[in-house]
Design a protein around this ligand. Structure first.
Ligand code: FES
Ligand code: FES
Length: 153
């Protein structure tokens, strides 16, 4: 076992983990944060996207031990302290940017990171920025509309 100290959604914690444990399984099974989904386990779908030190990361591609000392945010940590939705979450709701919702946590996290880097993206930049996140339901149009709405909000 290896000891990791990771700040998850603002709360520092220390855990003993197997060195082979993926960050996504650490978040789901050790931290009990089940909103981060596993869609493919092979870096293809983006359902597992979280922020590591502010960067958008597919958490199935990272070992928990590699996040030692990092600040990790999952979609559970995105809303404000009073529970107010992050602008990207509010826009996904308003613009119907989800159907089954399986891709949504990862899509929201990727979009939030995208807008932090580029607060005023074009539609093409949104589509390019989210190309690592797959959605089987929506056809992407409402997702793109939601991200553009969040940008203008
Ligand atoms: S589960 Fe990580 S990219 Fe699909
Ligand atoms: S809403 Fe179903 S996969 Fe995106």
């Amino acid at each position: 076992m290896s000891q990791v100290s990771i700040t998850v959604n603002g709360e520092p914690r220390t855990d003993d983990v197997e060195p082979r444990l993926l960050l996504v399984h650490y978040l789901r099974d050790v931290c009990g944060l089940r909103a981060t989904n596993v869609g493919c386990d092979t870096t293809s779908c983006g359902a597992c996207t979280v922020h590591v030190d502010g960067e958008s990361v597919k958490s199935c591609t990272v070992l928990a031990v590699q996040a030692d000392g990092a600040d990790v945010t999952t979609v559970e940590g995105l809303a404000g302290a009073g529970g107010e939705l992050h602008p990207v979450q509010a826009a996904f709701r308003a613009e119907h940017g989800l159907q089954c919702g399986f891709c949504t946590p990862g899509m929201v996290m990727a979009a939030a990171a995208l807008l932090r880097e580029n607060p005023n993206p074009s539609e093409a930049q949104v589509r390019e920025g989210l190309e690592g996140n797959l959605c089987r339901c929506t056809g992407y149009h409402n997702i793109v509309r939601a991200v553009l709405a969040a940008a203008s909000a």
